[in-house]
Design a protein around this ligand. Structure first.
Ligand SMILES: Nc1ncnc2c1ncn2[C@@H]1O[C@H](COP(=O)(O)OP(=O)(O)OP(=O)(O)O)[C@@H](O)[C@H]1O
Ligand SMILES: [Mg+2]
Length: 283
């Protein structure tokens, strides 16, 4: 159990509390309109919602890659929004971030990429010249083994498949021994089977490490299958927050708008040629 979760379980502050979070971009776009989320246990929280709903803005405001306009982000009771640069650097080491596009240093080895996690995701370049202590190297080997990349430590990042890259991204984030993991569409560039494997790995890691994770995801079926809890955003507002079983058609409509959710995807695809055929006949 992480120290942070132990403190939370002991009746202290929840691990993460997002309070009244708003973000208005300089363009005037209100991307978040006052979002409240409390995470008080290690769980995998899937964030769903249409493109532009504010999913990335939400997780980027949590680690202040995007500067919130107002509201608080309390990590173990400490308000990230109020921290100065030095405090923020320290807080970011407690938040592991995993990106859709992996953000690896392509010409570095898998091992160097993973070790760079010790420096936090903001300092990749210094890792080129940094000598890591043996215990860090041991920890990196153990993590590579855990994420299924045993034997890959000397491979260059640019020689890996998408799924392997994402495993490196996960190992790098875990090198920080984070209290919270943030994942922004980590499976968006992956095939369906690899996506499931990555989701399964994240789910297992949340349980093993007792570290909560917030994962932005477009694929509702994947979210349902692997997330302990689902949050739905619409136009920057939280319109759903419950377990996957409560994600009814009515809830999906609240999140995404009107749609016949009962139509199986396969049938929809089958309809396409016949529509095209009708169109041709009409001509
Ligand atoms: N840097 C920016 N400047 C101005 N507007 C922005 C900026 N980043 C995002 N937005 C706007 O804020 C809104 C929320 O964007 P965000 O990227 O958080 O959505 P999202 O739910 O992650 O979408 P997607 O599913 O496409 O990734 C959108 O309308 C977007 O155009
Ligand atoms: Mg996004």
């Amino acid at each position: 159990m992480s120290a942070a979760f132990a403190a939370a379980a002991g009746g202290g502050a929840p691990l993460l509390a997002v309070e009244g979070l708003t973000k208005i971009y300089p363009t005037g776009k209100r991307a978040l309109g006052g979002v409240d989320v409390v995470i008080d246990r290690p769980q995998l929280v899937g964030v769903i919602g249409s493109s532009g709903a504010g999913k990335s803005t939400l997780i980027r405001c949590i680690n202040r890659l995007v500067e919130p306009t107002s509201g608080r982000v309390l990590l173990n009771g400490e308000d990230i929004v109020a921290l100065d640069r030095k405090g923020l650097r320290a807080a970011r080491r407690r938040i592991g971030m995993i990106f859709q596009e992996y953000n690896l240093v392509e010409r570095l080895s898998v091992m160097q990429n993973v070790l760079s996690g010790r420096l936090g995701y903001v300092g990749l370049l210094p890792s080129l010249h940094y000598r890591f202590p043996p215990q860090d190297i041991q920890a990196a080997f153990a993590l590579l083994d855990r994420v299924g990349l045993d034997g890959y430590h000397n491979q260059r990042a640019d020689a890996l498949s998408g799924g392997q890259r994402q495993r490196v991204g996960i190992a790098r984030a875990l090198m920080q021994r984070p209290d919270l993991l943030l994942l922004d569409e980590p499976t968006a560039s992956l095939d369906p089977k690899t996506s499931r494997q990555i989701m399964r790995l994240v789910r297992e890691l949340v349980a093993e490490r007792q570290t909560p994770a917030i994962i932005n995801i477009h694929d509702v079926a994947l979210a349902r299958a692997y997330a302990d809890r689902i949050i739905g955003l619409k136009d920057g507002l939280l319109v759903f927050d419950a377990t996957a079983d409560a994600l009814t058609d009515e809830a999906l409509t609240r999140i995404y708008g009107e749609e016949d959710w009962s139509t199986p995807q396969g049938e929809e695809e089958d309809e396409q040629p016949s529509r095209a055929a009708t169109h041709l006949r009409a001509e």
